[in-house]
Design a protein around this ligand. Structure first.
Ligand code: ZN
Length: 669
């Protein structure tokens, strides 16, 4: 549910890119690499669709400051102070301190604040508070974000400890059991109150809940004022009013060029939500949005709640996109054959659905990223989040193919494949088929895997407790692994030949047994559900196939590789495990789930882990990536009407961030 995060490591082959004049990589700093993505197909949209993309894109940029402010109440003052230095410092810009300050600013831009976008801990500046103070004091104070009556010293006394003292605001979100998760988290979702007070506030509201509950607390900051706990609602006339008014301004323009009446209603409902702040209206909007199948589509609002340790508050995000009609045929073929896949799976008949409906999924092209989707962005999205809406009205599942394509292209030639695949044979398989089989596996996972199978009548959704997500992800992955090798894939025209699938088998097994370990620290075990599921599948098949030598970990020249000796038998093993995992899920066999996850999915071989980390380090690959957006330029005719919209890709990272800070900055702090 929600967003599917991108993996931290890239496993692309080294396919020759056909775009000689387009550079996917923009720049690298700290643990980050900035990439560029293309928007193929934009030129082929109608003028009306281009206008729609353009207006929605502007709306996607106007909320940028909301996101910064949600993540920490000093983020904007810090960003603006750093930007003032970047724009106007007259001192030595070749000094190491200055260069480190620029890296710090680039990290603040990337993370929309002073905490790491993924790990959520505060990054420490590699320059001293004394240096920073001196530089700030050398600037013309009119460039600084001084509040009414505030002096430069007063500004510094607020932001210096927040930037430099490791004890202040150490974590954006703290999830450590036993601590007060509100007072120890630096995010700006709550003011002046404790976890207990926040929980009792929402607990009391929920007591009146119906079968169609609103998403309590999603669009507000919760604060204690004069001893009373109140919500400061994010809406026109409420908190963030100025930014939200700008968003509404562009949405109202978008209404005028909507593709259909249905889509017009979607955008109007969102405008009404921003104007009233009523969560019932947000649900109305979500229901309309799920039903809308226009080519141009968008997300704009307070959506994911991962940023709040209590899971109430929605972080502002935006993404504008349009359907990739060619690639969507692929997911439609899969969905329309859903019953065949269900009937022919190796699962026990009792656990199969008599009538299966594939989840409708589409492949999209991202045209603009904003808020929490920028610059780090998901590769897939499945919304809305409200469970009752998903049950009664369905959900939209999308794969963002121009983003996965950019990851793939940027990874070409980074040495990953040569380092971790055993021989030239594997490297070539990955190069020729890695991208299509990767997308195909994701499609099978999303469209069929999660939608297949059924629970026994007495079994509840939460029967597998904490191991439920790892088992559910394993089920969906195994469904994809089993079927990607089926002759049906070639018959349906989804894969070019009967050996292309091997690329996915090599990638999956290498990732599950070896390379995903680069994402965790030495000494840690696996925590995240997807990582557990991948290792579970890989370790189980390694063990069960050992007597026949199906798969092995082979050491060559002191380096460990995955060798798949019998692809056919590996497929049979995936089928056997799928049958067992489906049984566990259908019967709600918690003991078996726990045993399966703990035996195969959690523990890490320390020696192997160290070896993989050392090999990965030599490749000098940035573990996290993000994107600059393209630039859309309006071409006006003589009368000033929009005659065309042009897309260009030449803007740099700092250039884009500074422009956004100048043109789309609507939160006063
Ligand atoms: Zn999944």
């Amino acid at each position: 549910m929600g967003t599917i995060l991108t993996g931290a490591c890239q496993s692309g082959g080294q396919r020759s890119a056909g775009d000689e004049n387009f550079s996917y990589s923009v720049e690298k700093f700290a643990d980050l690499e900035i990439l560029r993505y293309r928007v193929p197909g934009f030129e082929q949209l109608t003028l009306q669709q281009k206008k729609l993309v353009y207006f929605l894109s502007q709306a996607a940029l106007e909320g940028r400051d909301i996101h910064f402010d949600q993540q920490g109440k000093h983020n904007l003052a810090i960003r603006r102070t750093l930007e003032a230095i970047y724009r106007s410092y007259a001192g030595d810009t070749a000094a190491a301190d200055y260069k480190n300050l620029v890296v710090y600013l680039k990290r603040v831009w990337f993370a929309s604040g002073i905490h790491h976008h993924y790990a959520a801990d505060k990054f420490s500046p590699e320059f001293s508070p004394e240096y920073f103070t001196e530089v700030v004091k050398s600037l013309d104070p009119s460039f600084l974000p001084l509040q009414q009556g505030q002096t430069v010293d007063e500004l510094l006394s607020v932001i210096v400890p927040v930037m430099f003292d490791p004890a202040v605001d150490a974590k954006r979100i703290n999830q450590a059991d036993g601590q007060d998760l509100i007072t120890t988290s630096a995010n700006n979702f709550y003011g002046n109150l404790t976890q207990k007070e926040a929980e009792s506030f929402y607990g009391n509201l929920k007591k009146t809940a119906t079968s169609t509950p609103i998403s309590y607390g999603l669009n507000s900051r919760l604060v204690k004022k004069d001893g009373k706990i109140v919500e400061e609602v994010w809406k026109v006339g409420g908190l963030y009013s100025e930014a939200i008014e700008k968003i509404v301004y562009w949405l109202e323009k978008a209404v005028q060029v909507a593709e259909t009446e249905g889509q017009q209603k979607v955008i109007e409902a969102l405008v009404r939500f921003y104007q009233t702040g009523k969560l019932e209206v947000f649900d109305e909007y979500s229901i309309l949005w799920v039903a809308d199948a226009s080519q141009v589509d968008f997300i704009n609002g307070f959506i994911e709640t991962y940023g709040d340790p209590l899971g109430f508050k929605g972080t502002w995000e935006a993404m504008v996109n349009f359907k990739n009609l060619e690639a969507t045929k692929r997911t439609e073929i899969i969905s329309s054959n859903a019953q065949w896949f269900e009937d022919n799976s190796p699962v026990d008949k009792r656990f199969k659905k008599e009538v299966v409906k594939g989840v409708s999924a589409k492949v999209i092209t991202a045209a603009m990223l904003g808020g929490d989707c920028y610059p780090a962005t998901p590769i897939g999205i499945n919304l809305p989040n409200a469970n009752w809406i998903r049950t009664l009205h369905g959900s939209k599942s999308v794969t963002i193919e121009n983003i996965t394509d950019a990851y793939d292209k940027a990874a070409q030639g980074n040495g990953f494949a040569q380092e971790f695949y055993r021989s030239q044979n594997e490297v070539e398989l990955m190069r020729d088929y890695g991208f299509i089989t990767g997308n195909m596996h994701t499609d099978l996972h999303e469209c069929l895997g999660h939608a297949s199978g059924k629970l026994m009548p007495s079994v509840g959704q939460g029967a597998l407790k904490a191991d439920g997500s790892a088992i559910e992800e394993a089920r969906a992955d195994l469904f994809g692994l089993y079927y990607i090798a089926d002759a049906k894939m070639v018959e349906l025209g989804l894969l070019p030949n009967d050996s292309a699938y091997k690329a996915e088998y090599i990638k999956f097994m290498t990732n599950g047994l070896l390379t995903q370990l680069v994402r965790i620290q030495p000494g840690s075990s696996l925590e995240e559900a997807h990582m557990r599921n991948r290792q579970l599948i890989a370790r189980w098949t390694l063990e069960k196939g050992a007597p026949d030598g199906v798969v092995e970990l082979r050491v060559q020249d002191g380096k460990t590789y995955v060798a798949i000796n019998d692809y056919g038998k590996l497929r049979t093993l995936f089928g056997r495990l799928l049958a067992e995992i489906q049984r566990i899920r259908s019967e709600g066999d918690y003991a078996a789930a726990k045993n399966m996850v703990e035996t195969y999915g959690v523990k890490v071989d320390a020696g192997l882990h160290n070896e993989i980390l050392a090999r990965y380090k030599t490749l000098n690959i940035a573990p996290y990536k993000g994107f600059v957006n393209p630039v859309y330029e309006v071409v006006a005719d003589k009368s000033g009407e929009i005659a065309d919209i042009k897309v260009t890709y030449s803007e740099g990272y700092a250039e884009q961030m500074l422009r956004y800070s100048k043109d789309h900055s609507w939160v006063n702090r």
